[in-house]
Design a binder for this molecule. Sequence first.
Ligand code: NAD
Length: 257
Amino acid sequence: MTDLSGKTGLIVGVANKRSISWAIARAAADAGARLAVTYQGERLEENVRDLCAGLNDPLVLPLDVSDDEQITKVFEEVEKGFGGLDFLIHGAAFAPRDELASPFVQTSRQGFRVSLDISAYSLIALARGAMPLMERRGGGSIVTLTYLGSTRVFHNYNVMGVAKAALEASVRYLAADLGAKAIRVNAISAGPIKTLAASGIAGFTDVLQHYRDRAPLRRTIDTSEVADAAMFLISNASRAITAEVLMVDAGYHATGM
Ligand code: NAD
């Protein structure tokens, strides 16, 4: 099992117990890491605080990733609380509901702007904040969450697919920038899982069934399986891996006809 004792991590993207980021937080905490967990706005605060009550002395902080001041504040608090940072999990994504139900050609300028800002630019802003804290630890690992809709067309995924393409390209550019500081940047491309974010995608139940029918393993995946892959990318076992998109999708990405 991965040993993260003495390590500190920042987890962005927990909404509730079904969140992929929460499964990663649990796994990292079980491996001994101390965590800062953020919540997006007051609506989610109580939920996230309740979940975090079971962690080892966590920092629980507000963070809307579209707000630079809140990003600065989070890293100030992490610096005060932890002195440095070993890993960052980025699991924030958003697209307005309309954009995920109408034809892609109808994507609005505002919908495009918001989706790419929250789902892709936020990784760059958070990596910038994490960089000096990771340098103090002699390096670090940044992991984001993406989906195959970045490179293939999935009905109704629409502007989120474009945002994930930008996110994956950002992983590569960040990896190139930060590699000299021994900071690695990778993405996990997860198969579909029924979470709050997924419930915004029209026809999501059909997507799950399609994976059960077609994926080489003939099943969908669960959040604990993404968390296990994240533990690998956080840990020393993946020390030579950066700029990578790791597929955790029961092999679906390899299928054709
Ligand atoms: P989720 O709804 O539990 O998590 C999405 C998170 O994004 C929430 O915690 C939400 O608060 C946060 N968020 C949205 N806007 C934000 C903002 N402005 N500031 C801060 N946080 C914000 O759903 P999830 O499925 O666990 O999603 C986590 C990540 O995994 C996302 O990037 C998603 O695209 C990705 N992903 C999900 C699936 C899936 O099928 N569920 C598959 C592949 C990738």
